[in-house]
Design a protein around this ligand. Structure first.
Ligand code: ACO
Length: 519
């Protein structure tokens, strides 16, 4: 595969004296993210991207009068059609460009986008001088399969995801949390007898190990208490209190038993932390309540309505697993070292905590607060995008069409009703229109986080508990991945392409002499 095969050709070109507004129209009409800027002799003088145009508008430049020449990247690095794809990858990586002009005999022949390269990067070999060849995966490992799994998968282009072959949205519409939990961890949908036995084991597993509650109270009273960080630490010391062994030394059955124990305990830890933090006595889960209903009962001390419990249950089922996401990968990497399940879950929660992964649901609601009222939506969202901000609850690495989780959660939120839901629906519509207009071609849709916040708010979960609630349901998916990794393990240990100063670098004369004499 050569650069000439991958690039967009012919190149979309503009002159540097046209206005930003005209350049934007050219990019839109051709559905591309960047154009080459040519002088009167058809020579390349710059590159201009949608990002340049948006950034300029964001800092107050008038697109109707400013010219492309004022904002473009002048004298850009250019590729030749004969260059290897690997050198394009290196330039994208080192200079953080997203588009590069490609020359053929000195004339602009096409434009190569990082997206073109990412699609094929994993099959290209990069061989730095003097070292063994290694396959350089694209940044972010986008499009690279790093393991085999039978737990589930996401088909981003189709807007579909499944758990062990079953449509996850259908499972959330029709099944209980425990049925889907059994499916993911034990491998099949349970019959009545299996479900009863599994539920009994899950309820028994909620018992707190000795000594843990004192630690939870101390953690909850820290001055900078943050629930997700506290939950991460609580899972870590609960693993220690349970004396969890290295998975390398456990049978597959023992691994699954420890997975069930920790997944059942996680919401108990979270709710006890919350109540200690609020100065309230902890509430034990009632044994006749399922996972979702007991979640709300431990939170408030009261049995929830069936409607609220079911709405939460549907959210929890929808977020149990989602392909080979960052936190699942983290859990599998830790398990691959043979480490214990407590370590794998602690690491997974750490990965989930990032705003680009699971830490966003309260930010989506914060965006609704910042907008305040329906009439402010269009202006606010336009300003945010113009300033280079991302709209929380929109966009996804894998889904390039409707996120099926957001579609069901929109229905769940609508059934719950209320003013906030109507407002959220208005903001969603406005955001989608604004993104389509200002970020054409990026295929940005509502993601799970947008309505997740609305649903959780409606059933009474405090805002700082949104991300930890996500962590509780995702623990089921993590434990399914941990069990799968442990059952067929190979240490995950990739390589990196070294790009620093060529070794060996000599130390400056006399350097370190003081350390030698002072000892
Ligand atoms: N708002 C505005 N523009 C966006 C958004 C957004 N929410 N998301 C992506 N874009 C734009 C980017 O600015 C970029 O534009 P450019 O080509 O002009 O530079 C283009 O779309 C592609 O963006 P990438 O960063 O390449 O997309 P990536 O796949 O890495 O990002 C992510 C996915 C991180 C989820 C991103 O869409 C985002 O930041 N969204 C907001 C945060 C959020 O909602 N997170 C929860 C995700 S759901 C989950 O993990 C459970």
């Amino acid at each position: 595969m050569s650069i000439a095969d991958l690039m967009h050709k012919p190149a979309v070109v503009v002159r540097e004296d046209i206005t930003l507004a005209d350049a934007s129209r050219v990019l839109d009409a051709n559905k591309v993210g960047a154009a080459a800027v040519l002088d009167g002799h058809q020579r390349l003088v710059g590159m201009v991207s949608e990002r340049d145009l948006l950034r300029s508008v964001g800092i107050g430049i008038d697109p109707g009068s400013a010219s492309v020449g004022e904002v473009m990247t002048r004298d850009p690095i250019a590729l030749d059609t004969t260059d290897p794809v690997a050198s394009a990858l290196e330039i994208f990586r080192d200079h953080r460009f997203r588009h590069l002009p490609v020359l053929d005999g000195g004339r602009v022949a096409g434009i190569l986008s990082i997206r073109h390269v990412v699609r094929v990067a994993h099959i290209e070999d990069v061989q730095p001088a003097g070292s063994a060849p290694i396959g350089l995966a694209p940044r972010g490992l986008e499009g690279v399969a790093v393991a085999e799994t039978a737990v589930g998968d996401v088909r981003g282009e189709e807007g579909f995801f499944h758990y062990r072959g079953h449509n996850a949205v259908e499972l959330a519409r029709r099944c209980s949390f425990e049925q889907v939990w059994h499916l993911l961890v034990e491998g099949s949908l349970p019959n009545d007898a299996e479900l009863a036995a599994f539920t009994k084991r899950a309820v028994a597993a909620r018992g707190l190990p000795a000594g843990v509650d004192d630690l939870l109270r101390a953690l909850a009273l820290l001055p900078d208490y943050a629930p997700l960080v506290a939950l991460r630490s609580a899972v870590s010391f609960t693993g220690a209190a349970l004396g969890l062994q290295a998975t390398l030394d456990l049978s597959a059955e023992q691994v699954r038993a420890e997975c069930l124990r920790l997944a059942a305990l996680t919401p108990v830890l979270l709710m006890r932390l919350h109540r200690h933090n609020q100065g309230l006595s902890p509430v034990d889960p009632e044994p006749d309540l399922g996972y979702a209903a007991s979640y709300l009962q431990m939170l408030t001390g009261e049995r929830p309505t069936a409607r609220a419990a079911r709405a939460l249950e549907q959210y929890l089922i929808l977020t149990m697993d989602h392909g080979f996401n960052s936190s699942t990968f983290t859990a599998r990497v830790i398990t691959s070292t043979g480490s214990d399940i407590g370590s794998a879950l602690t690491g997974a929660i750490g990965a989930l905590a990032g705003p680009l992964h699971g830490g966003a649901p309260s930010r989506a609601l914060a965006m609704l607060d910042a907008i305040g009222s329906p009439d402010r939506a269009a202006e606010h969202l336009r300003e945010e995008i113009g300033a280079g901000q991302r709209l929380m609850g929109f966009g996804h690495r894998v889904y390039k069409t409707d996120d099926p989780r957001s579609t069901l959660l929109r229905d769940v939120a609508t059934d719950l009703g209320g003013e906030q839901v109507a407002f959220a629906r208005h903001v969603e519509q406005t955001a989608l229109q604004t993104l389509a207009e200002l970020k054409p071609g990026r295929r940005l849709y509502t993601n799970v986080e947008f309505y997740a916040g609305v649903v959780m708010n409606s059933v009474g979960i405090p805002r700082d508990m949104f991300a930890p609630t996500f962590a509780c349901s995702r623990t089921v998916g993590w434990t399914a991945a941990i069990a799968e990794q442990a059952a067929n393990n190979r240490l995950i240990r990739p390589s990196a392409l070294y790009v620093g100063p060529p070794p060996p670098q000599s130390l400056p004369d006399g350097y370190g002499a003081a350390a030698r004499t002072d000892r």
